[in-house]
Design a protein around this ligand. Structure first.
Ligand code: GDD
Ligand code: MN
Length: 381
């Protein structure tokens, strides 16, 4: 029987743990939540039934949901010490929530399941058993014999299939369902992947598999994807983008940060805005070139700031007064970047190089400066 170890303070004294806690913990189930108030109780009830035969705990990780999910979890947890809550404030993100939940437990095997009951908890035990039986990772899959995507529309099924194919090609993985968010993993396999995780976006399984320094021994368990029990999906269009960023990060990310690609793409878009404003101000409003160019710079910079704030740095988004001071720092930094762009381009041009090479080098230096400095100042962690 397990007892607290003797130590110098409690010499000769042992404390037996209360009932049910004398068995070693076998499995932790991590459940990320954002506005899942009405799913909590149902989820816990189903876990109790599905995991009857092992010693488990559930760790909800809630990002301070406005619907009060955290208080609901606390209510349920009050009468069952196996239910735990990690309450994060001022943070968002499925992948990072999952990682924090996993690290909050000492269980030798950790599983992840969505709170909305779309994943079939009945296979949780099989996932656990597969890992216990020697696999590093066991994945609930919709795309192997016996599994299915359930009642998805054809269009949604196509989008999901395309993402799956892309992920498998880019990352060279054999997983039949790399987009799954339903799996169990051995703690040491998780720990060895951890230092290289990107932790952006929704695809934590993909992240773990692509970050693992060794080839993982993977088992798959089929299940049928269900409809949401209650509430609404948090997936929005930015998720596709985050998925692209994850793929970039897992391929060329070692050399060039994925965020830089995003920042540069926004910059390219800003250039189009700039030209459009300039053209209109000159042709339609008949402004002088100076005024028109000034307006174009201001509008495209402001636009770029807000797009970067929404997308590129959505995890560090500045709000309220912070959004305004951020804008000012962005003007200042990109203003200097623009000056560097012109200056360096000029030097190279004067050196006898072609105009486009001079322009390109100037722009490259300017954008690297803008990216590097705004990431440390405007959107510092
Ligand atoms: N803590 C936290 N923070 N949880 C979040 C956040 C967040 O920012 N965003 C979403 N969640 C939680 C939801 O509350 C839910 O429990 C789970 O993550 C999945 O979110 P959904 O909004 O239901 O996403 P989905 O159904 O479209 O996609 C999910 O299922 C796919 C199929 O297995 C995701 O889990 C995908 O990763 C998964 O592949
Ligand atoms: Mn869902």
């Amino acid at each position: 029987m397990f007892a607290y170890k003797k130590n110098e303070f409690f010499d000769g004294l042992t404390t037996e743990l209360p009932g049910g806690f004398n068995e070693p913990l076998q499995l932790a189930v991590v459940i990320p939540t954002f506005n899942e108030h009405d799913n909590v109780e149902e989820m816990v009830g189903r876990l109790r039934r599905a995991l009857r035969d092992i010693h488990w705990e559930a760790i909800f990780v809630d990002d301070n949901s406005p619907d009060g999910t955290a208080s609901r979890i606390a209510e349920v947890a009050a009468s069952d010490p196996r239910i735990r809550l990690v309450h994060r404030v001022g943070r968002r993100g499925l992948s990072s929530a999952v990682v924090e939940g996993m690290l909050a437990s000492i269980a030798p095997v950790v599983a992840v399941i969505d709170a909305d009951l779309q994943h079939d908890e009945a296979i949780l035990l099989s996932l656990y058993r597969a890992v216990e039986g020697g696999s590093d990772l066991a994945v609930g899959t919709r795309y192997a014999a016996g599994g299915s995507i359930g009642s998805w529309s054809q269009q949604r099924a196509k989008v999901s299939q395309a993402g799956t194919t892309l992920a498998r090609k880019v990352l060279g993985t054999e997983l039949s369902d790399p987009m799954s968010g339903f799996f169990a993993i051995r703690r040491d396999a998780l720990m060895s992947a951890l230092p290289r995780l990107s932790s952006v976006g929704y695809k934590i399984l993909l992240d773990i598999v692509a970050s693992s320094p060794t080839r993982l021994e993977i088992a798959e368990v089929p299940y049928t994807f269900r409809e949401r029990f209650s509430g609404a999906s948090k997936l929005d269009s930015a998720i596709l983008l985050e998925f692209a960023l994850l793929l970039i990060d897992k391929t060329v990310g070692r050399w060039i940060p994925a965020r830089f690609f995003m920042f540069a793409a926004v910059g390219g878009f800003g250039l189009l805005v700039h030209l459009a404003v300039l053209g209109m101000a000159l042709e339609l409003a008949q402004f002088s070139f100076r005024v028109a160019q000034g307006a174009a710079v201001l509008i495209s910079m402001t636009g770029n700031y807000f797009i970067n704030n929404q997308l590129t740095y959505r995890d560090r988004r500045r709000k309220g007064l912070g959004a305004l001071t951020g804008l000012l720092s962005f003007y200042l930094i990109c203003g200097l970047g623009g000056a560097a762009n012109v200056g360096i381009g000029e030097v190279i041009y004067a050196d006898g190089q072609t105009w486009w090479l001079a322009g390109l080098v100037g722009a490259a230096v300017g954008s690297v400066w803008n990216y590097a400095v705004t990431s440390c100042l405007t959107w510092r962690r």
